[in-house]
Ligand binder design. Structure first.
Ligand SMILES: [Zn+2]
Ligand SMILES: [Zn+2]
Length: 412
C-alpha cells in the first residue's frame, strides 16, 4: 500500500514535510522550517539556541519522522522547504535541485552566517545529490521543472506500487520566461507542459500548494510586472532593481528588459553575479567593483554606472549600502527610480521595507514596490487541474485548506 502522510504544512504556508511509505520504501518530500511558529518565539534579539530547541518547538521536523527514510527530495532552496539539513538525524540521501547553486553559493553563505542560519548546511554523515529533471530515478521518482521565485524549483512525481503521487512544491502557472527560454534554462518542459503531452500518466493523488488562497493580493502576473517596469524604465535615467539572488527567472527577464530599453545592465551584488555565472549567462553584464568581485564579468566603478542611462541590479543586502556610498556628485540631477521586489516567503529574509525606503528617499531615489507572487493565483487552479486530471487532491502550503477544498471539489 502506498501511504501518503502530510506530517507538517497542511495548514500553514511552508514547513512542508510529506512522508510516503510504500512497503519497504520510505521517501520524504521537503522538510522545511515552520516560520509561522518561528515568528512566535524569536525576534531580532531572541534567537534560536540550536537544532534541538527548534525541534522541541515544532519549528523543525521531529526525529521520529525520519525513521526508515532512505531518500529526501527537496523541491527548491527556500528554507520553508529545504529546512535545516543538520536536523536530519541519520545517513539519508538528500536530493537537492541545482546542486551547484546550493554548493557554490547558498551553502557557503549559510555556513559563514553569524546567525542561526549556520545550521542549514548538512552534517558530515549526510550525502547530497543534484536532481536531474525528467529522469525517473531508482526510487521511481521523476523530477519535473516548475516556475517559482527560487531557481531551480521542481515538482516530484512518484510512481508508487498502487498509487501515483504528484507533489507540486511551490509553483506558478505563468513565469517570467517564455516557453522556449524556460525549457532552455531548465533542460526540458515544465510540469504542466510535460503532463499535457503524456496522456497515459495517471495521477491518483495530487499534493498541491495553495499559498495565494485567501490572500487579497492583486494577481499581477510576471508579464504585467515587466510592462510596469518598462514604463518606470522609460521615465527614469537609472533604475535600481532589487532581487533575491535565487530569483533567476526575474533576473534574466530584467536583463532582457534592459536590452530592450537600450541600457547597460550593471550588477551590484556578489551572489547575483555568481548565480549568473553559474547558469552560464555571459551577455553584456558588468559588475560594480565596490559590490561584486566575480572575475567572470568586466567591472566598472560606481561613478561609471551612472554616466549613461542604466539598469542596476542589487539585492536587499546591498541597496542600503548603495545609498550610503552614492554621493550627490555621482547622481547629480538625474532621475533615479528603485524597484523593490518583494521576496517570498517574505519571512525568509525579513526585510524591513520601511527602513529601505527611508534610505532611498534620503538619497533622492523614488521607490516603487513590486509585489509579484512566485505562486499561481487561485483563479489559475482550473488550468492546473484540467491538465493534471488527478483522481484526488490534497491542499498543502496554505493557510486556507477549506477554501481551497471547495475550489478543488468544483474543478475535479
Ligand atoms: Zn514555500
Ligand atoms: Zn518557495
Amino acid at each position: 500500500m502506498t501511504k501518503v502522510n502530510v506530517l507538517s504544512g497542511s495548514r500553514t504556508i511552508g514547513g512542508t514535510f510529506i512522508r510516503i511509505d510504500d512497503g519497504e520504501k520510505v521517501i520524504v518530500f521537503d522538510q522545511g522550517v515552520r516560520f509561522d511558529i518561528f515568528r512566535r518565539y524569536y525576534t531580532d534579539w531572541v534567537t534560536p539556541l540550536g537544532v534541538m530547541e527548534l525541534r522541541k518547538l515544532g519549528i523543525l521536523p521531529k526525529e521520529e519522522w525520519y525513521e526508515d527514510v532512505q531518500d529526501i527530495y527537496i523541491t527548491h532552496l527556500h528554507l520553508d522547504h529545504l529546512g535545516a539539513l543538520s536536523n536530519i538525524p541519520k545517513p539519508i540521501l538528500v536530493h537537492i535541485p541545482g546542486g551547484s547553486v546550493y554548493e557554490e553559493i547558498a551553502r557557503k553563505r549559510w555556513e559563514r552566517s553569524p546567525s542561526w542560519l549556520n545550521i542549514i548546511p548538512e552534517s558530515y554523515y549526510i550525502e547530497t545529490q543534484d536532481v536531474q529533471p525528467l529522469n525517473e530515478d531508482k526510487n521511481n521518482v521523476l523530477a519535473l521543472p516548475v516556475s517559482h521565485s527560487a531557481f531551480p524549483a521542481m515538482a516530484y512525481l512518484y510512481f508508487g506500487k498502487d498509487k501515483n503521487v504528484l507533489y507540486t512544491g511551490d509553483m506558478r502557472v505563468n513565469g517570467y520566461l517564455d516557453k522556449k527560454s524556460f525549457n532552455k534554462l531548465r533542460g526540458g518542459p515544465s510540469l504542466l507542459e510535460y503532463i499535457a503531452n503524456q496522456r497515459d500518466i495517471r495521477i491518483d493523488v495530487l499534493l498541491i500548494e495553495g499559498t495565494n488562497f485567501g490572500s487579497d493580493r492583486m494577481p499581477i502576473s510576471p508579464k504585467d510586472s515587466l510592462e510596469i517596469m518598462k514604463r518606470i524604465g522609460t521615465h527614469h535615467e537609472h533604475v535600481i532593481v532589487t532581487t533575491h539572488y535565487l530569483d533567476v527567472e526575474f533576473l534574466l527577464a530584467t536583463i532582457k528588459l534592459a536590452q530592450d530599453l537600450n541600457r547597460e545592465c550593471f550588477v551590484l551584488s556578489e551572489p547575483v553575479a555568481k548565480i549568473l555565472h553559474t547558469i552560464g549567462v555571459n551577455s553584456k553584464i558588468k559588475v560594480v567593483e565596490d559590490f561584486a568581485v566575480t572575475p567572470a564579468f568586466p567591472s566598472i566603478t560606481l561613478q561609471e554606472a551612472f554616466e549613461e542611462p542604466s539598469m542596476l541590479i542589487a539585492s536587499y543586502y546591498e541597496i542600503v549600502d548603495l545609498c550610503r556610498k552614492i554621493s550627490k556628485t555621482e547622481i547629480g540631477e538625474k532621475a533615479i527610480a528603485s524597484i523593490i521586489t518583494e521576496p517570498e516567503p517574505s519571512t525568509e529574509e525579513m526585510v524591513e521595507y520601511e527602513v529601505v525606503n527611508r534610505w532611498l528617499l534620503r538619497t533622492g531615489i523614488q521607490p516603487y514596490r513590486l509585489r509579484v507572487s512566485g505562486h499561481y493565483y487561485p483563479f489559475e487552479i482550473d488550468k492546473i487541474l484540467k491538465t493534471i486530471k488527478p483522481k484526488s487532491a490534497i491542499p498543502v502550503h496554505t493557510e486556507r485548506p477549506e477554501l481551497m477544498k471547495t475550489f478543488l471539489q468544483k474543478a475535479l
